[in-house]
Design a protein around this ligand. Structure first.
Ligand code: NIG
Ligand code: FE
Length: 448
């Protein structure tokens, strides 16, 4: 018989749970029902909690107790640990499906200008790479971003965020990478932090100074990497602007050696890393990301077998970005079957950006992940909840976990107007959440 702590067992927020064991209710015994702030009753819970049986960890006739912005109890309604006192705010869900709040774990939401003209050029046959090499692409957004004030960047980004909030996004990652100088990169990240203060969404930031080579460093990529490592990274880390460090490792961006220099500096500064890896070619990005125990390797269409095995060993999440695949008319799909085979966790994100994925829907990415990449609906839903949290380091390794309905997790969840979870993958646009709760607070109409 297994011993607690043996392989296969997990410490899940408050108790040990054996593999495959169905958990009817989970709670923190230290929190009395009398101390709950609110309770959500009569819901079909897709908990995404690995401790609950089934891919989605469904609990029928479920209830969720909330206290101080955290879930304090999850289980069947009939197993509630006592009588609900009058002081608890009671929400009847009418048997609605309830999932964890959605997490968009890869976006470039803050930028100046847009690139519709470039899209027109691509429709007439120009390639994304050719436009980038001719000084357009990312660099055209860099010009527009450098010219934008913080207020302008903030207003535009909040506008882009609105549809994501309506469909239940409660956590979003936002990258810099369109400034490429210390001042503008810092401005972008400050704007990202402001969004987290102004809107009902938790923002996780990534410093992406190594996104493209700015024109003033043309032909001097190593000198630019010096600037990233010696000036930009210490500046953004010193101001607490970055939760993570990202880079674009690709033949039109930075080499594995240059990327490794950025990562070495990030680790010195105690920042975790993630990587735009193997998007347009196999540059060994997945293996590089794994070598640095990256939180995630993103895009990964061209990841090779050795890279996939390395990701599995490192526990790095493969973040799949079907919006960019679709919008760039790529033909190479990410190696989903190999990720599955090796147990690489897969997340899905919008990659919202003006050049390769002007997507403003994470629910649409669930559909695309299934239709274009062959994910199952359950994998896709895990990809925008539990695995997306892991890709941001929000899986409980520091602070309360997100992306699951479990005792101890953040009280971020969404009620849906659906009859079955597959409907989250079914529609092509147009599905809005019935109710979005973040930190235990239900967003009002004014918020969205
Ligand atoms: O994730 N791959 C690099 N960066 C972005 C695209 C940025 C752009 O084209 O502006 C991406 O797809
Ligand atoms: Fe990206």
């Amino acid at each position: 018989m297994s011993e607690r702590g043996a392989p296969g067992w997990r410490l899940w927020p408050s108790r040990w749970v054996a593999p495959g064991v169905e958990v009817a209710c989970m709670g923190d015994p230290r929190t009395d029902i009398a101390e709950w702030d609110s309770v959500w009753l009569d819901a079909r819970l897709a908990t995404l909690d690995p401790a609950v049986a089934g891919e989605l960890g469904v609990i029928e006739d479920g209830a969720i107790g909330v206290r101080d912005g955290r879930i304090t109890w999850v289980g069947r309604r009939r197993a509630l640990p006592g009588q609900l006192p009058d002081t608890v705010d009671v929400h009847e869900c009418g048997n609605a499906w309830l999932t964890p709040g959605l997490i968009d774990c890869h976006t470039h939401l803050v930028y100046g200008g847009e690139r519709a003209a470039e899209f027109g050029m691509r429709l007439e046959g120009a390639s994304y790479e050719a436009i980038a090499r001719a000084g357009g692409g990312i660099l055209s957004t860099v010009r527009a971003t450098r010219e934008s004030s913080g207020d302008e960047l903030l207003a535009a980004a909040r506008d882009r965020l609105r549809p994501l909030l309506r469909e239940g996004v409660t956590t979003i990652e936002i990258k810099s990478g369109y400034g490429l100088d210390t001042e503008t990169e810092s401005r972008m990240l400050r704007v990202a932090r402001q969004i987290g203060q102004l809107d009902p969404v938790t923002v996780s930031t990534s410093f992406l100074g190594a996104h493209a080579l700015p024109p003033e460093y043309a032909g001097r990529a190593d000198a630019y990497i010096d600037l990233v490592c010696e000036e930009m990274l210490p500046a953004v880390a010193g101001e607490g602007l970055a939760d993570c460090v990202d880079a674009f490792c690709e033949r039109i961006a930075f080499s594995p050696e240059q990327t490794a220099r950025v990562f070495d500096r990030a680790i010195e500064l105690d920042l975790p890393v993630r990587l735009h890896a193997d998007q347009l070619s196999d540059g060994g990005g997945a293996a590089l990301a794994a070598r640095y125990n990256a939180l995630s390797a993103d895009h990964v269409e061209y990841a090779a077998e050795a890279g996939i095995v390395a990701l599995a060993r490192a526990g790095t999440v493969a973040v799949l970005l079907p919006g960019a695949f679709y919008f760039l008319r790529e033909t190479r799909v990410p190696p989903v079957a190999r990720f599955r085979h090796h147990g690489v966790p897969m997340a899905l994100a919008s990659d919202h950006n003006p050049g390769s994925s002007p997507a403003r829907s994470l629910v649409l990415m669930i559909n695309m992940g299934c239709v274009l990449f062959g994910l199952t609906p359950a994998e896709a839903i895990a990809g925008v909840t539990r695995n997306a949290a892991r890709a941001l380091g929000l899986d409980g390794r520091s602070g309360p976990p997100a992306g699951v309905l479990a005792a101890g997790a953040r009280a971020d969840f969404v009620l849906w107007p659906i009859d079955a979870p597959v409907e989250l993958a079914y529609g092509i646009g147009g599905l809005a959440a019935t109710r979005v709760v973040r930190g235990g607070i239900a967003a009002g109409a004014a918020d969205t």
